[in-house]
Ligand binder design. Sequence first.
Ligand SMILES: Nc1ncnc2c1ncn2[C@@H]1O[C@H](COP(=O)(O)OP(=O)(O)OP(=O)(O)O)[C@@H](O)[C@H]1O
Ligand SMILES: [Mg+2]
Length: 450
Amino acid sequence: MRILVVDDEERFARLTAEHLKAAGYEAEVRTSGAEGVAALEAGGFDAVLTDLKMLPVDGMAVLEAGIAAGAGVMMMTAYGDVQTAVDAMRRGAADFITKPFDSAQLLARLERLDEQLQLRRENFALRRELAAGERLGAMVGSSPALKEVQELVARVAPSEATVLVLGESGTGKELVAREIHRRSRRADRPFVVVHAAAVPESLLESELFGYEKGAFTGAAARKAGRVESADGGTLFLDEIGEISGAFQVKLLRFLQERTFNRVGGTATLKVDTRIVAATNRDLQAEARAGRFREDLYYRLSVFPITVPPLRERKADIRPLAAHVLRRLGYGRELPAPVLELLRGHDWPGNVRELENVLERALILSGGGDIGTEHIQLPERAAGARDMTRVGPRNGIVSQAGSLADAERELVADALRRAGGNKSKAARSLGITRRVLYNKLHKLGMDGDED
Ligand SMILES: Nc1ncnc2c1ncn2[C@@H]1O[C@H](COP(=O)(O)OP(=O)(O)OP(=O)(O)O)[C@@H](O)[C@H]1O
Ligand SMILES: [Mg+2]
């Protein structure tokens, strides 16, 4: 911490500065208010310790210059001048200390000031991060396909319509849901997420609708459900395609009437919440096949928005890559061969896969420029496999073939990296365990991993 000491009693100022230096601070002395102000305007000080009564320029002027320079200001006041000190605090001084004081007292106060400054810096950083996060929330991309999604979002957001967001895993469905909320009149109310596939079926009802005391063993007190938390706001029902038939009935009632009962409760409760649902399944086909209630499907699909897979909007790859890398602190442009490589890939894991590939590339490049050698796509991973010692059970042979092959490759790779731990593998793929299990089944892989 670099401290400026301002006092027109020169000997006192120098002595104070000596104490500060002995304690490990950097300190400089100015012996008039005017010089003090000039030094602060020149910049470079974290804190100012200033006398109050000086002529012609007094401590209040130094205080103001200190605040303007973003420094923490501590006033030194004579005994009996507390009132002025309080005024100074009101004007933004961080603290005051009454003369005479010994160096131990001063150092203790400075330590506290340092902590305050630290906090202020952290708050500042946090605010900056939040501001960045807000920009980050926007949907990046310039393809006509994404523009269309953005237009649909803009059109439906201000209404109260239920929205069904469709699209493969990792395409940005949750981002679309958040954007709808953000652009609605409910924006300052909660956005509540329920991941239907992550909550065990048996708990889904109480999670969503809450329960009364004594509704079941362990229900020691009444608990409000997620729909109540979403009152006035938006309820995002993620992975809606995964819920059981029994629960579909309960959800249908809620969607039709916006009323519900807590588990074990008799009172009918009502909430005002907007519903946005999402699924990576073809819900219409599910409904036709009888696996999803048709009436519920029609309720949900009042306004469907389909987010196309990344391979169908490759124009988005470049802006997305730039966006992801900037967020990771890499501000440079990717060289053309890298972009070409990225555009050549099929991206079965969509934007989330792109994020993972770039994150890995950044790690592999060790902070240097990212080159094609740092981009590990499934096909290339297959070639590099012998060198990375992934164990004997790599039964899947890489072939740049169908989407299912690519997906199989990706899943196998994730499982290997996770040492066979399915939860971990699911997390790295950005999907839930349940979705992973479904995938393993669909890809015919549920036998060959432990
Ligand atoms: N257009 C976009 N601009 C910026 N980031 C995006 C965009 N689309 C997706 N992302 C990012 O990609 C990741 C995956 O997005 P999101 O979680 O919304 O996908 P999802 O469709 O809900 O996937 P899943 O079905 O696996 O849940 C997130 O980190 C998200 O921020
Ligand atoms: Mg999602």
